[in-house]
Design a protein around this ligand. Structure first.
Ligand code: ATP
Ligand code: MG
Length: 138
C-alpha cells in the first residue's frame, strides 16, 4: 500500500467538477482517505511549488493556484504514486491519453485540473504540507 497527495486545482472547483473527478479516482481503485477544501495564499502556493521556482511558468502557476478553492486529498492504493499519474494523464492535456482526468477535464497546460506527487519521497512531504496524521483515515 502506498499514499500520494492529490490536488483538484481551481479550474475544477470553479466548474463544480469535484465529484466528477472523485468518481474517476475511485473507479481507478484508489481510495480517498483524507480530503480538505481550502484556498491557498500566494505565499502558500509558492512554498508548495518551491521545486519549480526557477521555471518560467512559476509565477503564473502560483497565481493560478490562488484563483479559487482547491481540494487537497490523500489517495491510497497499490503503487498509488505511479497509478495516480496514469489516471491524471500527461501534463499537457493535448498529449493526455483517452480516459484520463486531464484529457477529459483540463482547460490548458497550466489549468490542468489535478496535481499528483511524482515520487514516494515527495508524496510524504506534500501530504504533511496539508494534513496531520489525525486527518488521514485509511
Ligand atoms: P503536477 O506537479 O501538478 O502534478 P506535472 O508533474 O504533470 O504536474 P510539472 O512539470 O510538475 O507537471 O509542472 C507543475 C505544474 O506546472 C503543471 O501541472 C502545470 O499546472 C504547470 N505547468 C507545467 N508546465 C507548464 C508550462 N509549460 N506552462 C504553464 N504551466 C505549466
Ligand atoms: Mg509535478
Amino acid at each position: 500500500m502506498e499514499r500520494t497527495l492529490s490536488i483538484l486545482k481551481p479550474d475544477i472547483t470553479r466548474r463544480n467538477l469535484t465529484g466528477a473527478v472523485n468518481e474517476k479516482i475511485e473507479k481507478s481503485g484508489l481510495r480517498i482517505i483524507a480530503q480538505r477544501r481550502l484556498r491557498l495564499s500566494l505565499e502558500e502556493a509558492q512554498k508548495f511549488y518551491a521545486v519549480h521556482k526557477e521555471r518560467s511558468f512559476f509565477n503564473d502557476l502560483c497565481a493560478f493556484m490562488t484563483t479559487g478553492p482547491i481540494v487537497a486529498q490523500v489517495l491510497e492504493g497499490e503503487n498509488a504514486v505511479a497509478n495516480y499519474r496514469n489516471v491524471m494523464g500527461a501534463t499537457n492535456p493535448a498529449n493526455a491519453d483517452e480516459g484520463t482526468i486531464r484529457r477529459e477535464f483540463a482547460e490548458s497546460i497550466e489549468a490542468n485540473s489535478v496535481h499528483g506527487s511524482d515520487s514516494q519521497e515527495n508524496a510524504a512531504i506534500e501530504i504533511a504540507f496539508f494534513f496531520s496524521e489525525l486527518d488521514i483515515v485509511g
